[in-house]
Design a protein around this ligand. Structure first.
Ligand code: NAP
Ligand code: 3JN
Length: 346
């Protein structure tokens, strides 16, 4: 008989794309659960979701839902988190929030376990999960940052439609079928469902993820810039980003240019990346081996390849980083944090 402590856990956004993956990971990894509460909006309340050998009925999330909850994983959008995270904290829960609601709050640690797990002990009830595009990039940058220092990062992303939710996946697949059949399409969701102008995603690349800020960047780009500095704890780091939606279902890809603060040998860089936790080096041009979204989909790790010294700046590197945006980019990073909390509390 094990004396391991069991936790009362709530998943908010349980019927969503991220919530579904969180529940699957809690199940597959045998997270020490006493009671599991699955919460959504009124729309999905009453739905049954299988967990281990039983069916759990989804309930509409409200403040009282968090009575007795010890760990709450939120992925129901920023508005829901802004209202319900404080209610859960008030009732004693530690909240792991997948939304941007608290990421830049100075009181809230923004955690990628492979990079800054030491920060989780500083929480005051909320631990924020970074944006998916940020998580995979900082996981790959961390070993280089620690060894050489980094002065500048220039990233362009190629983001899967699943990052915009289940309806965006449907739209991309439907448009592809229609166009191949010779029919016209009427875009309804992408790039941003709440904005009036929509663009075709099938057979296209849309250089807009989220709304525009008045500086010409999008919110997704600003998240990458600000979150990277916060996670690496370096406000002097220069970061710029261009975020692009492409017609891939799962897996965000990133082309990253990194300027280091000291000289480096490529062999040492390869070894540092290969040895980094949660990172798989996949880099063999002679065998045409490099990370691709179709291979990273469904995996927990982040894949790095196309490593090469920059031709214009010998202190800079170029690399290609790929990870499953719903797993390491969201659900897995959150469950990893929950596992650390469980170990520390046990
Ligand atoms: P999704 O598939 O649209 O699912 C949304 C979930 O939120 C559903 O379970 C929905 O319940 C629930 N919900 C909506 N309104 C609610 C309310 N008022 N009260 C309680 N639950 C409510 O979206 P998703 O792709 O899973 O993403 C969800 C959120 O996770 C995003 O908005 C974002 O903040 C975050 N996210 C983060 C990352 C990241 O980069 N770390 C990546 C993707 C998403 P119903 O079934 O009842 O509608
Ligand atoms: O578009 C993507 O690939 C990632 C999207 C993430 C996202 C979508 C809606 C709201 C977020 C996020 O995690 O930054 C949010 C949000 O919480 O702001």
């Amino acid at each position: 008989m094990s004396n391991q402590k069991l936790f009362n856990v709530a998943v908010v956004g349980a019927t969503g794309a991220v919530g579904e993956q969180i529940i699957r990971l809690l199940d597959e990894r045998n997270f020490p659960i006493d009671q599991l509460k699955l919460l959504s909006s009124e729309r999905s309340a009453g739905t049954a979701i299988r967990f281990k050998d039983r069916e759990i009925t989804v309930e509409a999330a409200k403040p009282e839902s968090f009575e007795g909850v010890e760990i709450a994983l939120f992925s129901a959008g920023g508005d829901v988190s802004r209202v319900l995270v404080p209610e859960a904290v008030k009732r004693g829960a530690v909240c792991i929030d997948n939304t941007s609601a608290f990421r830049m709050d100075p009181e809230t640690p923004l955690v990628v376990p492979e990079v800054n797990i030491d920060k989780i002990n500083e929480h005051k009830g909320v631990i924020a999960n970074p944006n998916c595009s940020t998580i995979q990039m900082v996981a790959a940058l961390k070993p280089l940052y620690d060894r050489y220092g980094i002065s500048r990062v220039i990233v362009s992303t190629y983001q899967a439609v699943s990052g915009a939710g289940a309806r965006a996946i449907d739209e991309m697949l439907r448009q592809s079928r229609e166009i191949l059949a010779g029919n016209d399409v009427e875009p309804q969701i992408l790039p941003v469902s709440s904005l009036p102008v929509k663009h075709q995603i099938a057979f296209n690349a849309i250089p807009q993820i989220d709304k525009f800020v008045d500086n010409g960047f999008t919110y997704e780009e600003m998240k990458m810039i600000n979150e990277t500095k916060k996670i690496l704890g370096d406000e002097s780091l220069e970061v710029t980003a261009t975020c692009v939606r492409i017609p891939v279902v799962y897996g965000h890809s990133e082309s990253v240019y990194v300027e280091l603060k000291s000289d480096f040998e490529m062999e040492e860089v390869r070894k540092l990346i290969a040895d980094a936790p949660g990172i798989v080096l996949q880099d063999d041009p002679s065998g045409q081996e490099y990370p691709m979204a179709t291979n990273a989909a469904g995996k927990l790790d982040t894949y790095v390849g196309r490593l090469r010294r920059d031709l214009s700046n010998p202190r800079a590197l170029n690399m290609w980083i790929v990870s499953d945006n719903l797993l390491k980019g969201a659900a897995w990073n959150a469950v990893q944090i929950a596992e650390y909390i469980a170990i520390e509390t046990d």
